[in-house]
Structures are given as structure tokens and as C-alpha cells.
Design a protein around this ligand. Structure first.
Ligand code: NAP
Length: 453
């Protein structure tokens, strides 16, 4: 490469993008790093995916925000990369940056593929998680006007959703949930949350600490529907310590005497939804009893029961969205890559294009998993930079080029104004912060206006 210093754009200010930016910046002042995000706020899934009551988990923000500051990594919020109106085509980034690291995650909910899934009241976990986390795309409250809801899945997202719906609203006052979310939870008619788990207690994907937390709610208790599977306690031949811990917790709950809580979280094992009922909206879900084949597959038994529920949330995992201009593997929902280098169908690297995080490896792992991933991908970028062509545009051209696409980025100091406003709103409620969820209000705060309450 000749000429000016190499410039790297990281697309996505979630944990994977920010770990990548930190790893690139740690290489010294020889590389300029910009982090772009379509929202005016950074932190991606930490801000918009971690449940509000997981306060400790959010403290990673202190680490993730470190690279930003005068003369360091730049934040360009409100910059969406894409082909729609107000979006910046990838070609523009290719012209302006030596390399682009895509860290756009896996934003699309997987579907169940069963009848009734499109009815109002049947939603993906992204909608409800986004709602209680104050994501500007998910301002619509889920239907909480029926006494029972179903949550499909046995991963940590299913646990998060079940827990938040079963909590007394007062337990969330000191968290960052927007006021409107608190109001909707206060008015919620939900008394029973049915978690539908298609395999047995040993096969759940819950992590033990998160599962245990379900038993710590102020006014809700767990009811285990295991058809006697847990009668014998934890079998001696279960070697995995996570499986043992989960089985011990579930066995304890299965044998406990019901208390007087107003809400119940029902864990239904070996049950899979086969039809969602309703005409205008969801009124129930037909659930089939399942069994596991000797090779571990799930098979229906034909035995069905109906649960009367007004809301069905599928928490069955996520998939990535294709990035226009890059190859995409539909089966895995990821961008094909070799150590983060985007590769085309015959394995040839696409020059200057990289992926990290869930769009690289799929939606698994905890926040910290992305750090290792990002360090590895940053090493690939840094190794390649000397052989990549110099950007075609000058550093100062960016603002003009973005303006041509009707995009005016939000910089770090502007985000800090919104940050300060959320902290101010939090003080009034006894919380560390209260999220501003509407985009217009976010932008007003970014430009220095108070968000009225
Ligand atoms: P996940 O861990 O992959 O769990 C998805 C669940 O959906 C599995 O139990 C799966 O069952 C089930 N499922 C898939 N298709 C289904 C179908 N057609 N019918 C019924 N069930 C179906 O995904 P996730 O919960 O979305 O979590 C994503 C990642 O984020 C995970 O790594 C998770 O640990 C992490 N996360 C962590 C936290 C935390 O640490 N607190 C919070 C949220 C998320 P099978 O096993 O049978 O396929």
C-alpha cells in the first residue's frame, strides 16, 4: 500500500465490532479506525439484547467504550450501510477505507414453520427483547392482555423473556427499561408463562446461572412439567458439569411444594408447538408431545394438547442478514470466511472485506466469546493492510460523501449527550439510567435537547 495511513471501518458498534476496533487500535497510531452503527447509540446487543435485570452483564460497556475519545477511534452513529434510502452503499466504504470489518450480528429471528405463525400475537424474541430493551425499531408493546403466554425454546433468550414477563414490574424500576415498558408490565394480565422445550431436561441450552435465576423472582415460581423424567435425580453417568447443575436445579424445583406466588413459569419438557390457533389474533397453541430417537433427534408422538395463550414468542435462535455485495451462506446465516477474511464460493478472499462476531460464526456464545474472535480477525486485517490498495478518497471527503447519501453521523461527544440525558432520566426513577427508546427523542438528546418526562 502507498500513500496515507490505512483506514479501517468497523460496521456495527456491538460487542464484536467494539472488541475488533480495540484490537485494531491497539496496533498503534498507524491505523485509523472508524466504528459505524445505524443507531445513534453504541453497544449493540449489550444495550439492546442483554435483559434489563442483568445489570452486571452490562458493566462490560465500560471496557467496550474505552477506545473512543479525541484522536482515537471515531464513532459514526446513525450510519446504516445498505442500499435503501438514507443508507450508505458498501461501495462507498470500499472507496474510503482500506478495509471494512463487518460486525452486524444476527438480527433475524428464526421461524418455527408452523401454521398460525403469522397471526398477530405470534412474535419472534427479537421484537420483545428489543421492546423491553428500548430499541427504537421495537416500540410496539407485545400483547400482554391474556393471562397466559407461551415462549418456545430452551436457550438463554427464552429464559430472559420468561423471566422479564414473570417479574413484578416493581422489580424493574431500578433498571434501564423505558418508562413505557414499565407501564405496560404494570398493566400486564400475564399470570402463566409456558416455556415449551422440545427435548428433555438434560438437553437444554440454558446456562446454569441463568436457569437458577428463574427461581429468584419476587412473586413468581417455577413449575416443572417433566412427566416424571426427573424422578430419579441427577443420573451418575451425566459427566458434563453444566448438565449436572441444570438437572440438579430442575430436580429441586420438580420436587418442591407450590407456594403462593401470583405468577408461574411452567417448564414443559418434550413438548413442541405444532399449530398456533386464532383468526384475528393468537388464542392458543397446540403442543405435541415429543420423544428423542436413539440418535438424539426430536420426533413427535402424535399426542397433542392445547394451551390457551394470547401471545407466542419464539426464542429459537437467530440468523444473519445478507450484506449486499458480499457472499452469504443461507444455511448458516453467516458470511463465508477464513479467519475473518470474507471468501467467495471458490474460497478466494474478497480483498479488504472481513467479518467478526455472530455474522462470522453464527449466533452462539456469550459476550466475551466475541473478544477472542475479534482479536483473531484484527490480526488478519493487520497482516493484510500492507498489501491492500490505498483508499480512493481523502480522509476529509467522508462527511461530504455521507451527506450525498443524506447521512449526517452522530459522533462520540454527541452520543455522550444522549448518555447523560438517560442518566438524568434515571435519577428521577432511582435507576442508573432510563433508556430513551424513540429515535426522534434519541436524536433530540444527541443534539442537546432534554427529553421531557
Ligand atoms: P440457543 O441457545 O441456540 O437456543 C435456541 C433454542 O431453541 C434451543 O433450545 C433449540 O432447541 C430451540 N429450538 C430451535 N428450533 C426450534 C424449534 N423449531 N422448535 C422448538 N425449539 C426450537 O439460542 P438463543 O437462546 O437465541 O441464544 C443465542 C446465544 O446468546 C446463546 O449462545 C446464548 O447462550 C446467548 N445468550 C446468553 C445470555 C446470557 O448469558 N444471559 C442471554 C441471552 C443469550 P434444540 O436444542 O432442540 O435445537
Amino acid at each position: 500500500m502507498t500513500g496515507a495511513r490505512p483506514r479501517v471501518a468497523v460496521v456495527g458498534a456491538g460487542p464484536s465490532g467494539l472488541y475488533a476496533a480495540a484490537a485494531l487500535a491497539a496496533s498503534g497510531p498507524a491505523v485509523d479506525v472508524d466504528v459505524l452503527d445505524r443507531l445513534p447509540a453504541p453497544y449493540g446487543l449489550v444495550r439492546y439484547g442483554v435483559a434489563p435485570d442483568h445489570v452486571k452483564m452490562k458493566s462490560v460497556i465500560r471496557v467496550l467504550g474505552r477506545p473512543f475519545g479525541p484522536g482515537e477511534v471515531r464513532f459514526l452513529g446513525g450510519v446504516a450501510v445498505g442500499t435503501g434510502p438514507g443508507e450508505v452503499p458498501l461501495a462507498v466504504l470500499r472507496d474510503h477505507y482500506t478495509a471494512v470489518v463487518h460486525a452486524s450480528g444476527s438480527a433475524v429471528d428464526r421461524c418455527l414453520g408452523i401454521p398460525g405463525e403469522d397471526l398477530p400475537g405470534s412474535i419472534g424474541s427479537g421484537a420483545i427483547v428489543g421492546w423491553y430493551c428500548g430499541h427504537p425499531d421495537h416500540g410496539t408493546a407485545p400483547r400482554l392482555d391474556s393471562p397466559a403466554v407461551a415462549v418456545v425454546g430452551a436457550g438463554n433468550v427464552a429464559l430472559d423473556v420468561a423471566r422479564v414477563l414473570a417479574r413484578a414490574a416493581d422489580e424493574l424500576v431500578a433498571t434501564d427499561v423505558p418508562d413505557a415498558v414499565l407501564d405496560a408490565l404494570r398493566a400486564s394480565a400475564v399470570r402463566d408463562v409456558h416455556v415449551l422445550i422440545r427435548r428433555g431436561p438434560q438437553q437444554v441450552k440454558f446456562t446454569p446461572v441463568e436457569l437458577r435465576q428463574l427461581g429468584d423472582l419476587a412473586d413468581a415460581e417455577v413449575v416443572v412439567h417433566d412427566d416424571g423424567v426427573l424422578d430419579g435425580g441427577v443420573p451418575d453417568d451425566v459427566a458434563d458439569r453444566h448438565e449436572r447443575a441444570n438437572l440438579a436445579t430442575l430436580t429441586e424445583w420438580a420436587h418442591s411444594t407450590p407456594g403462593a406466588a401470583h405468577r408461574h413459569i411452567h417448564l414443559h419438557f418434550l413438548r413442541s408447538p405444532v399449530r398456533i390457533l386464532g383468526t384475528e389474533r393468537v388464542t392458543g397453541v397446540v403442543v405435541e408431545r415429543t420423544e428423542l430417537t436413539p440418535d438424539g433427534r426430536v420426533r413427535g408422538t402424535g399426542e397433542e394438547e392445547t394451551l390457551d395463550v394470547g401471545l407466542v414468542v419464539r426464542a429459537v435462535g437467530y440468523t444473519g442478514q445478507p450484506i449486499t455485495g458480499l457472499p452469504f451462506d443461507v444455511a448458516t446465516g453467516t458470511v463465508p470466511n477464513a479467519v475473518g477474511r470474507v471468501i467467495d464460493a471458490d474460497g478466494t478472499p474478497v480483498p479488504g472485506q472481513y467479518v467478526t462476531g455472530w455474522i462470522r460464526r453464527g449466533p452462539t456464545g456469550v459476550i466475551g466469546t466475541n473478544k477472542h474472535d475479534a482479536v483473531e480477525v484484527a490480526a488478519s486485517v493487520l497482516a493484510d493492510l500492507p498489501s491492500l490498495p490505498a483508499p480512493r478518497t481523502n480522509p476529509d471527503d467522508l462527511a461530504r460523501v455521507l451527506a450525498e447519501h443524506d447521512v449526517r453521523p452522530v459522533d462520540w461527544s454527541s452520543w455522550l449527550r444522549l448518555d447523560a440525558e438517560e442518566i438524568r432520566l434515571g435519577q428521577a426513577r432511582g435507576a442508573e439510567r432510563v433508556k430513551v427508546a424513540e429515535l426522534t427523542e434519541m436524536l433530540a438528546a444527541v443534539h442537546g435537547a432534554d427529553v421531557r418526562r
